[in-house]
Design a protein around this ligand. Sequence first.
Ligand SMILES: [Zn+2]
Ligand SMILES: [Zn+2]
Length: 106
Amino acid sequence: MGYRCPECKKVFDDFKDLRIHYRKSHMDGRCSICGPDGKKFSNIIRHYHMKTDDFPHLVVLCIIEGYDFIEDKKYRKIVRSLVETVLEERNAMLFEIIFNKGDRGR
Ligand SMILES: [Zn+2]
Ligand SMILES: [Zn+2]
């Protein structure tokens, strides 16, 4: 079982490895959700924080920051299980629905 990167779809055995990969490879100021080819944000972390009501943005924020920014313990646990379920390798269909990247590059 592995976790899929929402940006490049590479799979990592460990959620921790995915987090390291994402921070190393995809933190160029562009938003993975609004459009990797889109504009650069001066503060991309702030952008993700402002969009946490949008689930895909929340997922990416959790990859970048972990879950500690969620103060409510119960809510944190729920978010964690949702985020990791969506990114799990075997849930490819769910991943496609959430990130809807099937038509990219056409
Ligand atoms: Zn990636
Ligand atoms: Zn965005």
